[in-house]
Every structure is written in structure tokens, then in C-alpha cells.
Design a protein. Structure first.
Length: 374
């Protein structure tokens, strides 16, 4: 077993800044993230994540006033989004601006349903985790770095239509930067969501593909990415973070990424975005487990997203004294069978039909790094 923080080291990308900007105040320091409450209903404990749909509630933006309204909108003609945008701009540039504090609005979207989601529903979770998820597919469907199902494409088109209405009727600001996980279900979801929207010339849809946004690296083949060339071929306009390797060097067929490694990676990729990108309006297309970890790193309450769902967060990032580097197990074994299992038992692992059962524990229900169907 590899015992180190290799995963974090690999993912702490040097600020080789695609954007060419560096948050110098953060040099040699740590960053503490806060999800600022009072702007979106999702951070309110009274809002249930179950069945929540961004497209019925203006992404959850709360109707309220901001201290900047009086000057920005004396005539009372601006939309909620325009007034919120002016407030965020003020937070980042007002006369009391501290150089060790930054605010960003992050929109984190989960990909639309992929073939791996459909297959987990089809086979049931024990058979999926113990056997089917380790295969490339079943002859009918392929779920190694899967594409979207027709239902998943519809979820992305729904987001596309909703963003258009927000831009046209609500004057929602256009994103200044886009990021995506390298897994196809995310690069495709981002494309279907944004590619055909008419955007201002200075805010084009040019996502940066970052390893740190990928799903928890269980041994499931749905979490192994395609090569850089294959991603480029599908999406020639997408860019890659510095150091993005041609082949997938992070996924492992026999050992899974631990929760601790996943949490450190989520914090590291957010640190990297805040250190290298001075923009405020940011779209991230990622995964259920990844967004769970990102919300954790942002000190936001848990808010599980169904496929195709999107959550915005107003983030305050503050430079603090350098914190100790966490030490953790980067990988752990994963229980599987060589054939479809009889069942699996929580805490004990897979019950295989043959004598090849591995006695290793199956991931517990708390592990967010699965490929959940909902
Ligand atoms: C980070 O900010 C939170 C408030 O969101 C605070 O409770 C916490 O103590 C801070 N952590 C550090 C290490 O400064
Ligand atoms: C904000 O107000 C609009 C119209 O005035 C309403 O449709 C919407 O539901 C309100 N949003 C929230 C989150 O209360
Ligand atoms: C393969 O899995 C898909 C779900 O991803 C399912 O719809 C299909 O029926 C399965 N094919 C076979 C041959 O079992
Ligand atoms: C990207 O999105 C555009 C606009 O919806 C679509 O025409 C195109 O086929 C998509 N490309 C891929 C590879 O999905």
C-alpha cells in the first residue's frame, strides 16, 4: 500500500497560471474557505437537498437587498442578479479591500446521467460495486469513462435552456472562467450546457480541464479517464492545466483513493483555482462525490446533487498562516469478485459466487467516491 500524500503532491499544480495571474499574498501560506451564508437558499438548513431543482428557484438566489443597491440601482430597475454581481464586485474591489481576501461565485454542476449510473441502477449496487463496475461494459453499454445516456443529455440541455433564460431575462452575469473534470461525462455536459450560448467576446466558453475536479478514484472503470489526445480530439477548444499528462497516471485498477486523499485533493484544486485565477464568476463541471468534497473544503453544509443538478456558492477565501500538511493513506484496497457476486455485506465486503472472494471490506456507505445513480 502506498502510504504518503503522493496524490496531493501530484495534484498541487504549480501556479503556471493559464491566466497569467498569481495570488501572491497566498505564497507560502494556507487558504481558508468560507461559504458565505444568506445569498443562496442551499446553505440554509431549512432547504432540503432531496428533490431540489435549481431550475425552479433561479438557482436558489435569495431575494434581498445589498449595501451597494443604493448607489448601483437608485432607480430600482436592476435585477437580483445584477445587484448581486455589483455587490460581489464591491467585495473584491471596494475601498476596504484586503489583499489577503478574495470572493468568488462558484457554480458547481454535476454531469448528466452516464451509462455507469444507468448500469448501477440496472444491476443493483452490490453487484455493481463487486463486479460490474470493474468491467468496461456489458456488451450493450460501455461505462469505462462513460458517455451520457439520452436522459443525461436531456439534463444538460435543460441546464443550457435555463442558463439562456437567466442571461436573457434576469441579466445573470456570464461566467468569466470555466473548469471541468477530465472525465467524458463532464467535458460533454459542459459542452452541451454552454457551447451554443452567445457569449461576450471577453467571456468565451473555454474550459480548463483539471485533474483535481475528477471523481473519487475507486477501481471502477468509470473513474479512469481518456488520454489528453482523446479529450482534445473531442473538444479541440478546451485547455488543460499545466502538467496534465497524456495518459491517466492517477487511477489504479486494484486500489482506490481514500476519502482523506480525496478531501485533500478537493482542497488543493480549489487552492489552485484561487491562486491562479483572479476572476469572480466561475463554472465548474464535476461529479457527485467531487462536489461533496468541494463543498466540504468550502465549509458548506452537505448538499448532494442529483445528476444534472447545479449549486452556486458565494465563497470567501482568506489567506491564513501556513497549516500543517496532512498525512494520510493515499490508497486502500477494494473488495471485488471475478464474477457477479451473491451479494455484499456492509463492513464485510463482497460475497462472491466462487472461491475468489477477497476478504477486504467494501467501501462503507459514507464513501462518496462511488458512481451513484441518483
Ligand atoms: C476558517 O474559517 C472558519 C469560518 O468559516 C473558522 O471557523 C475557522 O476557524 C477558520 N480556520 C482557520 C484555520 O483559520
Ligand atoms: C424571488 O422573487 C421572484 C419574483 O418576485 C420569485 O419568483 C422567486 O421565487 C423568489 N425567489 C426566492 C428564492 O424566494
Ligand atoms: C447493460 O447495461 C445497461 C445499463 O447500462 C442495460 O440497459 C442493458 O440492458 C445491459 N445489457 C445486458 C446485455 O444486460
Ligand atoms: C458540443 O455542443 C454543440 C452544441 O450543443 C454540439 O453541436 C456538439 O455536437 C457538441 N460536441 C460534442 C463532442 O458533444
Amino acid at each position: 500500500m502506498k502510504t504518503s500524500n503522493i496524490a496531493a503532491a501530484l495534484l498541487t499544480v504549480s501556479p503556471a497560471a493559464v491566466a497569467g495571474w498569481t495570488w501572491t499574498e497566498a505564497d507560502g501560506k494556507s487558504i481558508n474557505f468560507t461559504s458565505v451564508p444568506g445569498y443562496f437558499v442551499q446553505d440554509d438548513e431549512a432547504t432540503s437537498p432531496t428533490g431540489f431543482d435549481y431550475a425552479t428557484v433561479n438557482f436558489g438566489l435569495i431575494n434581498r437587498t445589498y449595501p451597494t443597491d443604493k448607489r448601483f440601482d437608485a432607480a430600482g430597475e436592476k435585477t437580483q442578479w445584477q445587484r448581486f454581481e455589483a455587490w460581489v464586485k464591491h467585495l473584491n474591489s471596494g475601498c476596504n479591500k484586503k489583499r489577503n481576501v478574495q470572493y468568488k461565485v462558484l457554480f458547481m454542476g454535476r454531469h448528466g446521467e452516464g451509462w455507469h449510473n444507468a448500469a448501477e441502477s440496472f444491476y443493483g449496487t452490490p453487484a455493481w460495486n463487486c463486479y460490474w463496475a470493474e468491467q468496461e461494459g456489458n456488451g450493450t453499454a460501455t461505462w469505462a469513462d462513460p458517455l451520457l445516456t439520452p436522459a443525461g443529455e436531456r439534463e444538460a440541455y435543460k441546464a443550457n435552456a435555463y442558463f439562456k433564460t437567466r442571461y436573457e431575462t434576469e441579466k445573470m452575469p456570464y461566467f468569466e472562467s470555466y473548469y471541468a473534470s477530465p472525465l467524458s461525462r463532464c467535458t460533454i455536459t459542459a459542452n452541451l450546457t454552454f457551447a451554443d450560448i452567445q457569449l461576450p467576446a471577453d467571456r468565451p466558453f473555454v474550459p480548463i480541464v483539471k485533474e483535481g475536479f475528477r471523481e473519487g478514484m475507486t477501481v471502477h472503470t468509470c473513474n479512469r479517464r481518456s488520454t489528453k489526445s482523446q479529450i482534445s480530439e473531442m473538444f479541440p477548444t478546451y485547455r488543460f492545466e499545466a502538467g496534465f499528462t497524456e495518459s491517466d497516471q492517477l487511477w489504479d485498477a486494484t486500489e482506490s483513493e481514500t476519502d482523506e486523499a480525496f478531501a485533500v485533493r478537493a482542497k488543493a484544486v480549489l487552492d489552485d483555482v484561487f491562486i491562479t485565477d483572479d476572476k469572480s464568476w466561475i463554472s465548474i463541471t464535476a461529479h457527485s462525490g467531487a462536489i461533496t468534497q468541494l463543498l466540504g473544503a468550502l465549509n458548506h453544509r452537505a448538499f448532494r446533487l442529483a445528476t444534472g443538478q447545479i449549486i452556486p456558492v458565494l465563497v470567501k477565501a482568506e489567506v491564513i498562516e501556513l497549516q500543517p500538511t496532512p498525512v494520510f493513506e493515499a490508497h486502500e484496497p477494494y473488495s471485488t469478485c471475478d464474477a457477479p457476486p451473491v451479494t455484499s455485506i456492509a463492513g464485510q465486503g463482497c460475497v462472491c459466487a466462487t472461491a475468489t472472494s477477497s476478504a477486504l471490506p467494501e467501501p462503507t456507505a459514507s464513501e462518496p467516491a462511488e458512481c451513484p445513480s441518483v
